[in-house]
Design a protein around this ligand. Structure first.
Ligand SMILES: [Zn+2]
Ligand SMILES: [Zn+2]
Length: 382
């Protein structure tokens, strides 16, 4: 499947290479040859990007890969610049103004100028992290970096374009000298993006990694078994028990002190509840029939996508033997069951995709055994 797709892209490139050779040789113009080659490359990238956009629409993914955030901007800038050089479709549509805007700019530059600007906007407002391979970068940081880089690139390009005259003796003599309207638009939009969405407005509901890490430390300190105090031990256990029993223990704590269970009994209930967790786990996930039901809604799955959304650890045995995994019904990203339940006490939103978790699922989340979840991610990562 992938091979076939690569073949199609290679064929496109070869076709445009041949067209370029014919037109370039017949008109004795390197410019025409390069322009045709650029059209071929543009087509290939547009096809790849279109596939990516389709997948993102489907999943409303909170992250993206660097390739699809940065490359569209570079394409937008480069193809707009090439408008001043192209021998094909390069005629200025607004010759009586100081600006340059041709069919070339409209077809090959403008869509990516708009898409790239929108990418920067989403870095500030929507995306949580952007992946470089398996490494992630805070989307907002990347947004600032891109916006400032774009401003610097455009301004320095103009300085070079209008001042360095030796540049014109090369085979790449510009054919037009009016100010490129695409680049001008991109500059204005980027400055606007940077000021309004980068500096002034705050992103709202997506919890930051720092916030989640802080919460995880709190949960970890809560779940460390304490030998001295049975009270905290029971509390830490209740996080792991199914919500029905959690509710029961909660009602006992609201009762007067005299009626709370003695330590020996609370210890026995602890044992009982952990046992019930185990039995519930084994009954709730008999066999994995349909793996797609457990697939996180990301475009490109990596190990990162199977890490707990709270503590960023990959579920492992034997560490997580008694924990179990809950996956968000919407984005299907995993969380340790105890951390998920603890989070549900303070929020009814998924911390990863911000969708509302149905109240039935909150009360009684479907728990997958760690063993089964390991099978699931091994299935997707192979
Ligand atoms: Zn976790
Ligand atoms: Zn979710």
């Amino acid at each position: 499947m992938v091979k076939k797709k690569k073949k199609t892209l290679a064929i496109i490139l070869i076709i445009f290479f041949i067209i370029g050779m014919i037109h370039g040789l017949s008109s004795a113009s390197l410019n025409n040859f390069l322009t045709w080659l650029l059209i071929g490359l543009w087509l290939i990238f547009t096809i790849k990007l279109y596939e990516n956009i389709k997948r993102h629409r489907e999943f409303n993914s909170p992250h993206n890969t660097a390739f699809f955030v940065i490359i569209p901007l570079l394409i937008g800038v480069f193809y707009s610049i090439w408008g001043s050089y192209t021998g094909i479709l390069g005629e200025n549509l607004i010759p009586n103004s100081n600006f340059y805007f041709s069919l070339w700019s409209l077809i090959f530059g403008l869509p990516f100028v708009i898409y790239g600007s929108h990418s920067i906007y989403r870095c500030f407002k929507k995306y949580n992290v952007i992946y470089f391979g398996t490494k992630s970068v805070k989307a907002k940081v990347l947004g600032f970096f891109l916006a400032i880089s774009i401003i610097i690139v455009i301004i320095s390009y103009w300085i070079a374009f209008y001042n360095v005259s030796e540049f014109y003796d090369s085979p790449f003599t510009p054919l037009r000298f009016s100010l490129d309207l695409n680049l001008f638009l991109l500059l204005i939009i980027t400055i606007f993006n940077l000021i309004i969405f980068g500096f002034i407005s705050n992103r709202s509901n997506i919890p930051t990694r720092d916030y989640i890490a802080q919460r995880t430390r709190r949960i970890n300190s809560l779940t460390t078994p304490s030998t001295q105090n049975y009270g905290t031990r029971t509390r830490s256990r209740t996080i792991q028990t199914p919500t029905t029993t959690t509710r029961a223990t909660r009602t006992t704590t609201t009762r007067p002190r005299s009626r709370t269970t003695p330590t020996s009994r609370s210890r026995s209930t602890t044992a009982k509840t952990t046992k019930s967790v185990r039995t519930q786990k084994t009954t709730s996930t008999p066999k994995i029939r349909d793996f797609s039901k457990y697939k996180p809604k990301g475009s490109y799955l990596s190990e990162e996508d199977f890490k707990c959304i709270f503590c960023f650890k990959l579920p492992k045995l034997p560490d997580d033997r008694n924990k179990g995994i809950v996956i968000c019904p919407n984005c299907r990203y995993p969380a340790h069951a105890d951390e998920f339940k603890d989070w549900m006490k303070t929020s009814n939103l998924c911390s990863r995709c911000s969708s509302v978790i149905p109240s039935g699922f909150r009360r009684n989340p479907r728990i997958i055994t760690t063993k089964n979840y390991i099978m699931i991610y091994k299935h997707f990562l192979k």
